[in-house]
Each structure stands twice: as C-alpha cells, then as structure tokens.
Design a protein around this ligand. Structure first.
Ligand code: LHQ
Length: 255
C-alpha cells in the first residue's frame, strides 16, 4: 500500500498513516487503504490494533489540496470516512492511537474513534473544522461531547483552539501523556498488554459502551445481562476464575 504501512508484532497489528510530508493528511487513496488495513484487523490472530502516523504528526485531517474549494463531492467522500469510523468502532478488539505532534479535523476524529489515546507532551489537538467553516464530521459530534461534555464540546468545535496535551488529558481526551519520543513505545506497550487480555470480552465492553450512548437505563440493564451471559460462557471467564482460585496470573486466549 502506498499511503499506509502495516506490520504485525505478536498479536498486535500496527497501522501507520504514511504521508509524512503532508502531516499524514487524509485523501481518498489513504482512506481506501486504511479501510483495507482495518479489514485485515478482523483476523482472530490480531488481538489489538495500534493506529499511528509516520513522522512528527498523527494527521492534519482532510487533505485540503485534494479537497480544494468545491473540489470534492462531500457526500461521496464522507462515505469513505464513515466506513473507517464504523470499522474502528465495530472492531471487537481494542484500538490504541499513538498521537504525536498534531491531530486536526478528521485526523482528530479518527483518534477519537479509537478506544485509547497516548499523546506526546507537545502534541496539539485541533478540531479545525470551523476554522474553514465546515461542520464536524467523521463522528466527532458523537465522540467529542461524550468524552469532554456538551459545554466544552461546543467551545472546542466553535473556537477550535489548539488544545495542549495537558488540557487534553484534563478533558479526558488523552489516556496517557508521555515524552514525544516515547509515544510509540508507550502505545505499543499498552496495545501489547491489551492483546494478552480477554479479547472477546474487550469487544463486548466496547459494544456495551457504544450502545449505552443511545439507550435508556432499562435497556442498558437488559443489554448488560445479555452480554454477561455471553462473557460468562467464554473460555476466558473460566480461566480468569480458575487463575484467581489458584492464585496465579490468568492466561487468556481471547475467547
Ligand atoms: C496539509 C494539511 C492538510 C494538506 C498540513 N492538507 N496539506 C473536510 C473536507 C471534506 C470532507 C471530509 O471532511 C473534512 C474534514 C477535515 O478534516 S476539515 C479539517 C482539515 N484540516 C485542517 O484544516 C488543518 C490544516 N492544517 C493546519 O492547520 C496546520 O497545518 C496544522 C495546525 C495541522 C499544523 O501546523 P504546522 O505544524 O505549522 O505545519 P504546517 O502548516 O507548516 O504543515 C506542514 C506541511 O503540511 C505544509 O506543507 P508545505 O508544503 O507548505 O510544507 C502544509 O501545507 C501541509 N499540510 N495540513 N490538511
């Protein structure tokens, strides 16, 4: 692939956005290849995914040279973004974003569609859409208010400040903040740790959290009961309880 690099280490699939000269700005070719890479993540041998950007940036969002002014059929082009966002959310395994330098616009939206974010101390997050008089897309109106709250979401979307890593962590947008040169290492370690966990249950947790965003309490309780039945029937649950009783660390197979 020309704009995406992938490699597997253990059971972690790393997907790297690879247009460093343009701060990994997203164009149609990259989104098609990213979708292909995320399809490969469905392989049961993959138990966690690490999404990152080559060079000093995560992603500056939509490639504005490709978009130009009125140069894109937004409806058609957003179909590519939407597919990738749904793939990230529906992948029944954890996705960690290693975010260095800057994440802006749809680049930030992709990072927010991941399950965990590791930022560098100098990383900046910019919603960016309103700076070019566009509304947020790629799921940002779903993920952002659910993470930072309604009041902050409007401010971040309307005024589009450069959010420092420290502020991002305070707002709940960053799970870890480390020195810029340690971002990949820290995110890889986190992904590797998750890859040894009860993968199937992680998928169910992800599903439960996403569904809870649109359900009432009674429906949430019902869904939890259904998912608990599935989890309770899993080999990893049996192993978890056995390991506890035998006073040893569990060896989860991801099932
Ligand atoms: C870029 C970009 C970029 C192309 C830096 N494109 N080249 C929109 C439309 C349609 C449908 C789908 O949805 C969307 C969603 C969106 O994502 S809208 C938001 C689009 N993104 C932006 O508005 C961000 C634009 N970029 C910036 O504001 C700055 O570049 C940031 C703050 C990200 C980084 O600033 P610096 O660190 O100062 O870097 P730089 O500006 O010098 O950029 C380095 C190079 O990368 C430069 O190229 P050059 O040839 O001059 O060295 C930039 O032109 C290029 N680049 N972002 N989005």
């Amino acid at each position: 692939m020309a704009t995406i690099e992938t490699h597997v280490s253990g059971s972690v699939l790393t997907i790297e956005l690879n247009r460093p000269a343009r701060l990994n700005a997203l164009n149609a070719a990259l989104l098609e290849e990213l979708s292909e890479a995320l399809s490969a993540a469905e392989d049961p041998a993959v138990r966690a995914v690490l999404l990152t950007g080559r060079g000093g940036a995560f992603s500056a969002g939509q490639d504005l040279q490709e978009a130009g002014v009125g140069g894109l059929d937004y409806q058609e082009h957003l179909g590519r973004y939407n597919r990738v966002v749904l793939q990230l959310r529906r992948l029944p395994k954890p996705v960690v974003a290693a975010v260095r330098g800057v994440a802006a616009g749809a680049g930030l939206a992709l990072a927010l569609a991941c399950d965990l974010r590791v930022l560098g101390r100098d990383t900046r997050l910019i919603t960016a859409f309103a700076r070019i008089a566009l509304v947020p897309d790629s799921g940002m109106t779903y993920t952002l208010p659910r993470t930072v709250g309604w009041g902050r979401a409007f401010e971040l979307l309307a005024l589009s400040p450069e959010l420092s890593a420290e502020e991002a962590q305070r707002y709940g947008l960053a799970n870890r903040v480390v020195d810029e040169e340690r971002v990949f290492e820290e995110a890889s370690a986190l992904a590797a740790r998750l890859a040894e966990g009860p993968t199937r249950v992680f998928g169910l947790i992800k599903h439960a959290l996403d569904e809870s965003a649109r359900l009432g309490l009674e429906e949430v309780l019902e869904l939890e009961a259904q998912l608990q039945k599935l989890a309770g029937e899993g080999a990893d649950h049996e192993e978890g309880v056995r390991a506890f009783l035998e006073k040893r660390a569990p060896r989860f197979a991801g099932r």
